[in-house]
Design a protein around this ligand. Structure first.
Ligand code: NDP
Ligand code: HSE
Length: 431
């Protein structure tokens, strides 16, 4: 057999230890598939003394992960530290500059610096693999870069954050509160080091940015993903959505219009219960690709956690062992053009709005008047109970309306005296 691929792993947390486990457990199988063995030459993390789930005693410990970039005994660096800046960025940049192949699960780094890294890899005659960066165990990077290479892609969208989908599912199914379910997601290794990254939609935005870049051949621009998270979604919203026949999902949507302009958003949306995406629950992710020749293609799988993520990293290592040197985003960096961005406010659709109001005569009429003035037509209204002493909920769904009009109406309604708190607005996605 050919000489082994020697790797250095930086980061031995949920994902790093999973990769060590997979390489130990399936060493022969992976070697057969890769055509040579994949050997761990060195490992690095912050704290050598920390107790970990895997036996690392046979691997060389490196105190400073940065040293892996220049380590002569290493062919490929596996970066599993995380973060768009700091040690992860420095390690990846230096490893590429030293001609080493890099494998990473770091979506924040790719979303912020992907174009620079693609250029850097090309300049140094090497490449960067990142299958684990989006949708966990679903091989969506390979699918977009290779499987759909014959298609013009019109849209890529879906559920891209396992932690949020887990929280929304558990809250609905068990009635547990947000904080308890989040803690559970952290214990299971789903959440980012700072879970606000998940909850605020930032992690899903990073992933969408990577998928949009691959799908449309554009440069990644994380600032162009309109992003909202799930922290404003309450147990009452989940109950109202259920009553109306929907599930609440944090959706990432990247679309290319006929004029070539692109729009990207991450936000909680209502999805009909009967749809496939509506049925994707728990830590599972779903990604739908609309290709002009392939048609619609939906992939579903575990989106976070040790096993699925390690599976994706090892798949990259097999490509790496086979000497694959594809352009990082599927096309040469010089061909990646800045996108023409569409105005997200021009998008239109149906919406769900939840107002908390003081229960007094005329409130509904006041809300309806603002909707009328903004040319928004109401489809249905739900109000439960009567309680002049305490605030009550009014839930509306709208007919087809422009996003900008809905945003303007909600801002005006939010200022009415009878309204308490900020209205909760969510798009209804019927695909
Ligand atoms: P963890 O927080 O579990 O692990 C991070 C590891 O990085 C730890 O071992 C830590 O060391 C090490 N580390 C931190 N700072 C340094 C440093 N300066 N030098 C060397 N090592 C350092 O994170 P995850 O394993 O969950 O995530 C790793 C990457 O994978 C991130 O980019 C994340 O976004 C991505 N990812 C995670 C998924 C998941 O489900 N968890 C899924 C897909 C991608 P120590 O242990 O000593 O503290
Ligand atoms: N925190 C991420 C999630 C990990 O929950 O989806 C997988 O990328």
């Amino acid at each position: 057999m050919n000489k082994p691929l020697r790797i250095g792993i930086a980061g031995l947390g949920t994902v790093g230890t999973g990769v060590v486990q997979a390489l130990r457990q399936h060493g022969d199988l992976i070697a057969a598939r890769a055509g040579r063995r994949i050997e761990i030459a060195a490992v690095a993390a912050r704290d050598k003394k920390k107790k970990r789930d895997v036996d690392l005693s046979s691997y060389r410990w490196v105190d400073d992960a940065a040293a892996l970039a220049k380590d002569k005994d290493i062919d490929a660096v596996v970066e599993l530290i995380g973060g768009a800046e700091g040690p992860a960025r420095a390690l990846v940049e230096n490893a590429l500059d030293n001609g080493k192949t890099v494998v990473t699960a770091n979506k924040a780094l790719l979303a912020h610096h992907g174009y620079d890294l693609a250029q850097r890899a090309e300049r140094n005659g090497t490449t960067l693999f990142y299958e684990a960066s989006a949708a966990g165990g679903i091989p969506i990077i390979k699918a977009l870069r290779e499987g759909f290479a014959g298609n013009e892609i019109r849209a890529v969208y879906g559920i891209l954050n396992g932690t949020c989908n887990y929280i929304l599912t558990e809250m609905r199914e068990t009635g547990r509160d947000f904080a308890a379910v989040l803690k559970d997601a952290q214990d299971k290794g789903y959440a980012e080091a700072d879970p606000a990254t998940d909850i605020d939609g930032i992690d899903a935005a990073h992933k969408l940015c990577i998928l949009g870049t691959l799908a449309f051949g554009i440069r990644p621009e994380i600032g162009r993903v309109r992003t909202a998270g799930i922290s404003a979604v309450t147990a009452a919203d989940i109950a109202h959505a259920t009553e109306l026949g929907y599930r609440i999902k944090l959706l990432g949507i990247a679309q290319r219009h006929d004029d070539g302009s692109v729009v990207q958003s991450v936000e909680p949306c209502l999805v009909p219960v009967g749809t496939t995406i509506g049925a994707v629950e728990g830590v599972f992710n779903a990604v739908l690709v609309e290709g002009d020749f392939a048609g619609n293609n939906l992939s579903v799988g575990r989106g976070a956690g040790r096993g699925p993520t390690a599976s994706a990293v090892v798949a990259d290592l097999v490509d790496c062992a086979q000497g694959l040197k594809r352009p990082v985003f599927g096309i040469a960096a010089a061909q990646m053009k800045p996108a023409k961005w569409a105005d997200p406010g021009a998008a239109a659709g149906h919406f769900y709005i939840h107002f908390i109001v003081k229960d007094r005569p005329g409130v509904l009429a006041d809300i309806a008047a603002v909707m009328r003035d903004n040319d928004v037509s109401i489809e249905s209204v739900l109000q439960r109970g009567r309680n002049p002493e305490n605030p009550v909920s009014i839930v509306m769904t709208t007919h087809h309306a422009k996003r900008a009009a809905i945003d303007a109406a909600c801002a005006q309604i939010g200022k009415l005296k009878a309204i308490t708190g900020k209205p909760c607005l969510m798009r209804i996605e019927t695909f």
